[in-house]
Design a protein. Structure first.
Length: 125
């Protein structure tokens, strides 16, 4: 939080606690304005968090340590699963990719190849 926002929040808190007068029915309109401001701030915060999550989840900066061989093996396994081969040992789920079928397929194959590499590493250990 910036210093400016901290100062504004401190001023608001000081203002709220500076008056010992009890809240009366005539203050209801002011309280509604305050509640609306809080709801708007919460909505902006939620939207900001969503934007950051999307940016992180769909960033193009994802590094791939999957070899072409692993990708080809993953593609063959994916094709078997897509064709209904129960021995492929996969369950395919909906994904959020870059909006293209090619992007989704590439992401699925990378994930699958990485999982196979992890399985192989675990079997070796």
């Amino acid at each position: 939080m910036s210093d400016k926002k901290k100062d504004a929040l401190d001023s608001l808190i000081d203002f709220i606690f500076s008056d010992d007068t009890p809240v009366s029915p005539e203050d209801e309109g002011d309280l509604d304005i305050f509640k609306d401001a809080i709801q708007q701030a919460e909505a902006r915060l939620a939207k900001s968090r969503l934007e950051r999550a999307r940016a992180g989840a769909f960033s193009n900066n994802m590094s791939s340590n999957v070899s072409n061989f692993d990708m080809e093996r993953a593609k063959r396994r994916y094709d078997r699963a897509k064709a209904g081969d129960a021995t492929a040992g996969l369950t395919l789920a909906a994904r959020f990719g870059d909006g293209s079928m090619d992007g989704d397929l590439e992401a699925i194959l990378e994930d699958l190849a990485e999982l196979e590499d992890e399985d192989n590493d675990n079997e070796e250990n």
